[in-house]
Design a protein around this ligand. Structure first.
Ligand code: NIG
Ligand code: FE
Length: 422
């Protein structure tokens, strides 16, 4: 078989080889490291992964592009399973409010926070939302992300929710980064429904969901289950209805207050429970029993100065599969930089470099149901590959705040070279 691209002499080739399922406990440290690694690609697929020289059956000719991996670390394309990619406006006005002691949920209650992004998103045209999200997607790609999840939730009315999801669908078609969509119509209670939450929930279920399904706009459904937002009972109701429309549940669970979001994630068999900063041990236990992935977002704890991070060590010890995400959004975590999140996970949640890379590859892919196509470097999987200008994995995490990317290969094509989108 002819190779289109070969990367050889790779200092550290991190394959994450193994079963196509979320890794738990000690498995999160088994990263399939190969020194002096070689990897071959044909079209959009990986055709060989190994050590030293290519075997004879893999043919190299004048059309094969050979990349020297000396001094480099190569990993699967990174996956971000929790973002709020498509939105209007920005919220730097909240910085001083926060410095003066305002709390995230108080800003929200007063009609700011998510509500101010809702206003900006309603006012933005499809094209404006598209261009803004495309710029962010380019940045994400330059940081090594090749697949992301994107949520709606800044419309809170049918028309705007659909507009956001249509933007994500169009970007998925046109941009190298693959986008998996989540319907988050229940992201906040619109100010005008404050006294009438059930009526709003009725709109989410009976007006938004059928339309989302009709246009095939979302594979997952998420709810912000939080004090002053949606209760556990309301979240359960919304997610059970979502299942009838073919959407798999996710939950913004126990982000700030321990409401029982982790327990609910287990009960409704969510694919992931996200945030979990305030999750109880009982909640973690039930998540482990039900194979619900803990999607942790340390950038949010950092940016909200919460003084608390999710207890990743406990979760790993209890065999809850852990994934990591940026949570990219204009309020609680305005960054597209997954490498910074990897550093925060390590320094603030005490995850080892091996656990961190597992959390942003196979476990992240599993948390959007893409574990069979991406998340590890093995024969037959998609050629989504990242080449870091770093001699080893630890270096990427240790030397923080900068972009270590040399090249990104997406679907077998080099789309970032020298750290820049081409
Ligand atoms: O994941 N918590 C709810 N949603 C986002 C923040 C959204 C916003 O502040 O705009 C989160 O933190
Ligand atoms: Fe979020």
């Amino acid at each position: 078989m002819n190779a289109d691209i070969v990367i050889k002499n790779i200092s550290q080739l991190i394959t994450i080889a193994g079963e196509n399922r979320p890794r738990i406990g000690k498995e999160m440290s088994e990263i399939g490291l190969i020194e002096n690694g070689v990897i071959a690609i044909s079209n959009d697929k990986i055709i060989y992964v190994g050590q030293g020289e290519l075997p004879k059956e893999i043919k190299v000719d004048d059309n094969t592009s050979i990349i020297d991996g000396a001094g480099k670390t190569v990993t699967p394309g990174l996956v971000d399973p929790h973002t709020h990619l498509v939105h209007g406006g920005s919220r730097e006005n909240e910085l001083e409010m926060k410095l003066n002691g305002a709390k995230y949920l108080d800003i929200l209650k007063a009609g700011g926070g998510i509500h101010s992004t809702v206003r900006a998103t309603k006012n933005a045209s499809f094209q404006e939302l598209y261009s803004k999200a495309k710029n962010s997607l380019d940045t994400m790609l330059e940081f090594g992300l090749t697949t992301i999840e994107a949520k709606s939730g800044y419309g809170l009315d049918t028309e705007t929710e659909l507009k956001q999801l249509r933007v994500a669908k169009e970007l998925h078609k046109n941009h190298p980064v693959d986008i998996v969509s989540t319907f988050l119509g229940a992201h906040a209670i619109p100010m005008e429904y404050k006294e009438n939450v059930e009526e709003f929930i009725d709109i989410v279920i009976n007006d938004m969901m059928p339309k989302v399904q009709e246009e095939k706009l979302a594979e997952f459904c998420d709810v912000f289950c939080e004090d002053g937002v949606f209760t556990v009972n309301q979240t359960r109701k919304i997610l059970n209805e979502a299942k009838k429309y073919g959407m798999k549940p996710k939950i913004h669970a126990d982000e700030i207050e321990p409401l029982g979001g982790a327990e609910l994630a287990a009960e409704v068999q969510a694919i992931s429970g996200d945030h979990l900063v305030a999750a109880t041990e009982e909640g973690m236990k039930r998540m482990a029993e039900n194979s619900v992935i803990a999607n942790l977002l340390p950038g949010t704890s950092f940016n909200l100065s919460m003084g608390k991070f999710a207890n990743a060590r406990k979760m790993i010890e209890m065999s809850v599969p852990v994934a990591l995400s940026t949570d990219y959004n204009p309020g609680s975590c305005p960054t597209e930089n997954i490498q910074l999140i990897m550093t925060l996970a390590s320094l603030r949640m005490k995850m080892t470099p091996q656990e961190v890379i597992t959390a942003v590859t196979i476990n992240a892919a599993s948390s959007i149901d893409r574990q069979n196509e991406i998340g590890s470097l093995v024969k037959g999987k998609k050629a989504d590959i990242v080449i870091f200008n770093a001699p080893n994995l630890s270096y990427i995490i240790y030397h923080f705040g900068i972009n270590h990317i040399d090249k990104v290969i997406k679907n077998g094509r080099v789309v970032v070279d020298n750290g820049k989108r081409i």
